[in-house]
Design a protein around this ligand. Structure first.
Ligand code: MTE
Ligand code: CO
Length: 446
């Protein structure tokens, strides 16, 4: 299995592009190249105030005037799918991996198809997966969770024991620290599924970790928690007690049903707003200690090597970030000019999103996007920007600001402050270039 260090790798064969999309060769466009084009004008004229051209047709259409087969014959029975699946016409909306990223045929990372989703909730079947030792299959009757270390009363919980504590429902995003890691040195992957798809956002049902720690009784010297998984990777991370007592959950349900095996069934840790790596799946052990354990996953991995040779450590929070999901390379602007909807996602480990701006011309002019749907703490937010496309080339970007006032940086600003050795915590602004024919590709502006 490959590790997330490989996220810094550059593709040489480039096999991961979407069907029908152009070759995603690295491209650095000068903003000036667009200045003479019509995109700037499109940006200035855009706006909800202006009446958009009609999108409907008055030509007689047999699909509405004639009786169709599905209208004429009896449909399928209710017993054909005891567990429902999406329509066969949605067969493309699946998790995908990047072939050159993993050496094994069985990938240890796949990506959420963000370009095809809407709203803020990620359906369970398409939540990206990241396993360091494969996905464990655990019988809940055989699963145990232990709390020990600096506690008054070491405890071992069965799943049935956990169900007897008060539980809560919370929506949170989980973003792998390595999300967008392959884009540090330049635009590379042709699709937001691959550039930004190591994220999902679901409603968890679980017990506040605080209640379980209170049951065991944390000694005054207890300042840190070590969380350990029951899978072959034995994933372990140190978490400050303050965070553990604040909003962490020991969760057993996602979107109302049991966790999927690949998401840590029967129980996982939820560490809102912080690196996905800390959200230990198949959670089996919580040790209370007085200092961090300096595990592999917080020393040689999940640290950010700076140009000075020093590394940033314990960079837990996932900073404010956004991406336009549609149009994007896997979802080109196929309808031609006129009424156009741009949509995307924004999130921040620091809280809610207060504002998202969209540019059509690589950052010359910005327009306020419309955030729609619930605005929840440390959750994905959905935004839209509607405008009249004049059919000329676009350089689309989104830029989010969170409730703390943090603004998403450009990729160049990030490189200036952190160098190019980093893998993790790339929250830079993403650019999609939309050609006149609607074909969309991953580029950078300078
Ligand atoms: N927990 C265990 N036990 N084993 C793992 O390999 N991977 C971590 C984290 N928790 C991992 C784990 C990483 S790096 C991430 S990004 C998230 O789980 C991924 O969660 P997901 O598979 O639900 O998307
Ligand atoms: Co990860």
């Amino acid at each position: 299995m490959k590790k997330e260090d490989d996220m810094a790798k550059q593709d040489t064969s480039r096999p991961a592009r979407a069907a029908g999309a152009p070759d995603p060769s690295r491209r650095s466009l000068l903003r000036g190249t667009l200045a003479a084009g019509g995109a700037v004008a499109a940006g200035l004229m855009a706006g909800r105030a202006r009446a958009a051209a009609p999108v409907t047709s008055v030509t007689p259409d047999p699909l509405i005037t004639e009786v169709q087969d599905w209208n004429r014959y009896l449909g399928g029975g209710v017993d054909t799918a005891p567990y429902g699946l999406p329509s066969e016409f949605e067969a493309d909306v699946v998790r995908r991996n990047v072939a050159w990223l993993t050496a094994d045929t069985t990938s240890s990372i796949n990506f959420t198809p963000l370009h095809a989703l809407d709203g803020i909730i990620t359906p369970n079947g398409v939540c990206f997966e990241r396993h360091h030792g494969g996905a464990a299959e655990i019988d809940p009757a055989q699963h145990r969770l232990m709390i020990h270390g600096l506690v008054d009363k070491p405890l071992v919980f069965t799943m049935a024991d956990l169900m007897r504590f008060p539980r809560v429902n919370r929506v949170f995003f989980l973003e792998c620290a390595a999300n967008s890691g392959m884009e540090w040195r330049g635009s590379q992957l042709n699709g937001c599924q691959f550039t930004h798809g190591m994220i999902h956002n679901v409603m968890y049902t679980g017990v506040p970790l605080r209640l379980l720690l209170e049951e065991a009784g944390v000694k005054p010297s207890g300042k840190w928690i070590l969380a350990e998984g029951a899978d072959a990777s034995g994933m372990t991370r140190s978490i400050p007690l303050e965070k553990a007592l604040d909003d962490c959950l020991v969760a057993f349900k996602m979107n109302g049903e049991a966790l999927r095996a690949e998401q840590g069934y029967p129980v996982r840790l939820v560490v809102p707003g912080w690196e996905g790596n800390m959200w230990v799946k198949w959670l089996r052990r919580l040790e209370v200690g007085d200092k961090p354990w300096q595990q592999r996953e917080e020393t040689s991995k999940y640290t950010d090597l700076l140009p000075t040779g020093k590394a940033r450590r314990f960079t837990w929070m996932m900073d404010v970030k956004s991406v336009i999901t549609n149009p994007s390379p896997q979802a080109p602007l196929s309808h031609g000019k006129g009424r156009t909807v741009v949509t995307g996602l924004a999130w921040s480990g620091a809280g809610t999103i207060k504002r998202v701006d969209v540019t059509l011309d690589g950052g010359r002019n910005w327009h306020a996007a419309r955030i729609d749907g619930p605005s929840l703490d440390k959750s994905l937010h959905r935004f839209y920007y509607e405008f009249d496309w004049d059919g000329s080339e676009l350089l689309l970007q989104s830029r989010a600001m969170d409730e703390m006032g943090y603004v998403q940086p450009t990729k160049n600003a990030l490189r200036t402050s952190r160098g190019e050795n980093s893998i993790y915590h790339n929250n830079g602004i993403q650019t999609w270039r939309v050609q006149a024919d609607g074909v969309t590709e991953n580029v950078e502006v300078s």
